[in-house]
Design a protein around this ligand. Structure first.
Ligand SMILES: Nc1nc2c(ncn2[C@@H]2O[C@H](COP(=O)(O)OP(=O)(O)O)[C@@H](O)[C@H]2O)c(=O)[nH]1
Ligand SMILES: [Mg+2]
Length: 383
């Protein structure tokens, strides 16, 4: 981890925040006096707010030399973040990006604490749902929405280690953010935030959740629209798909294995009259070999696996051997004890075999050799 971080850029999306932006900027820049080793800049990403937020920001530029402004068409919070993050990384040399609301709900006074924590973590989340965090001003509807959203992202998006996946207050290190390629995310609205957290986890980010009290909006109203809420729920499905690419590929390989297994079995028993007790294991072995090659060169191709090709081949065979024995015994039991049609017995044997295979190969043969996400919550923050 690099310790020579110099530029912090707060990316601040605004839509009709004329009543809040001045006080938010003032509080953010106040931190500069405490951050001796860092240069603090702010990038306001305004989407042509009809209340003239942008003009107000422009008028404050002489007062704050590190205040930047981007304007654009209103396409949503996620779109504003994509443009803002991209600009901050490319043109402002940001080593650390801070995401924050411009409406006073996130306390800018926590910036020095979060920056301190970011020395040991890739990401710091201002979390409403860890001990010490709270949402005292949320309506019951907003609380329900937030809890439900978090539940879905945690359990469907494979982000269960994070308590607050939708928080808009985060500090993220440049290196990990670049790896995530946020400008390629398919999200335009608020669901950008949950997509980003899932992607950070996929990239192996070390994450710290630090409690925040989600304050009251200073003025104006929430910009969270019904369209944002709908996009969020639709995106949960996409996140799920995105995170289970390996599993989907494995299932397709498994399907090809079924065809190989069934084809070989059918050929042996129906064309050359081989006994079924021998045809079944031969068919299983043929599918083990074809499955190994497909999984090795396709399904798990991108996984950083330390084991040599030979070890993987051996492991795969051992897993398949155990699964194959289970498959075979089940086949025999079904045909001779339950008396079911032999083709159906082959299919049931294969189904059970695939489940054993996937678990064994994913967790052992092609086990990922990356550092586990280092997650830390609670009050151990005496940096
Ligand atoms: N540029 C831009 N900013 C937005 C958009 N939607 C929301 N924001 C800003 O994003 C931040 C979070 O929105 P907010 O309404 O406070 O959402 P809430 O805190 O979840 O109720 C605020 O600073 C908004 O002004 C958008 O479409 N474009
Ligand atoms: Mg807000």
């Amino acid at each position: 981890m690099s310790n020579n971080i110099k530029n912090i850029c707060v990316v601040l999306p605004t839509y009709n925040e004329a009543g809040n932006i001045h006080s938010t900027l003032e509080k953010i820049f106040l931190n500069q006096t405490m951050l001796h080793d860092y240069k603090l800049s702010v990038l306001v990403v305004d989407d042509n707010s009809p209340d003239n937020t942008a003009e107000l920001v422009r008028s404050l530029m002489p007062k704050y030399s590190r205040l930047n402004l981007m304007s654009g068409e209103k396409k949503g919070l996620g779109d504003a973040y994509k443009r803002g993050i991209d600009y901050a990384l490319k043109n402002l040399g940001a080593d650390l990006i801070i995401q924050m609301d411009a409406d006073g709900q996130h306390d800018p006074g926590l910036i020095p604490k979060f920056i301190g924590l970011a020395k040991n973590y890739d990401v710091v989340i201002g979390s409403r749902f860890v001990e010490g965090g709270s949402t005292p001003y949320f309506s019951s509807y907003r609380l329900l929405l937030s809890k439900l959203g978090n539940f879905l992202v945690r359990y469907l998006g494979a982000a269960y280690v994070i308590r607050d996946c939708t928080s808009g207050y985060r500090v993220i290190k440049r290196e990990i953010l670049v790896k995530c390629q946020p400008s390629s995310f398919p999200t335009r609205g608020y669901s950008f935030q949950s997509w980003l957290i899932c992607e950070l986890l996929r990239q192996g980010a070390t994450i710290k959740e630090s409690p925040i009290i989600f304050a009251k909006r200073e003025t104006g109203e929430s910009k969270l629209s019904l369209a944002d809420q709908l996009e969020f729920f639709l995106n949960i499905v996409r996140i799920r798909f995105n995170n289970s690419e390996d599993f989907i590929k494995y299932c397709l390989v498994g399907l090809s294995g079924v065809i190989v297994n069934l084809g070989v079995y059918y050929y042996l028993t129906r064309f050359i009259s081989f006994p079924i007790t021998l045809s079944s294991p031969i068919a299983i072995e043929a599918s083990i070999i074809s499955n190994f090659f497909l999984n090795n060169f396709w399904t798990f191709k991108a996984r950083p696996v330390k084991k040599s090709f030979q070890t993987r081949l051996l492991n795969f065979h051992l897993v398949a051997g155990v699964a194959g024995i289970i498959n075979y015994l089940l086949f025999l039991a079904l045909v001779y004890l339950v008396n079911i049609y032999d083709i159906l017995a082959v299919l049931l044997g294969i189904a059970i075999g695939i489940i054993f295979n996937y678990a064994g190969n994913s967790l052992w043969t092609f086990r990922k050799e990356i550092k586990k996400p280092l997650i830390n919550r609670g009050e151990d923050e005496k940096e």
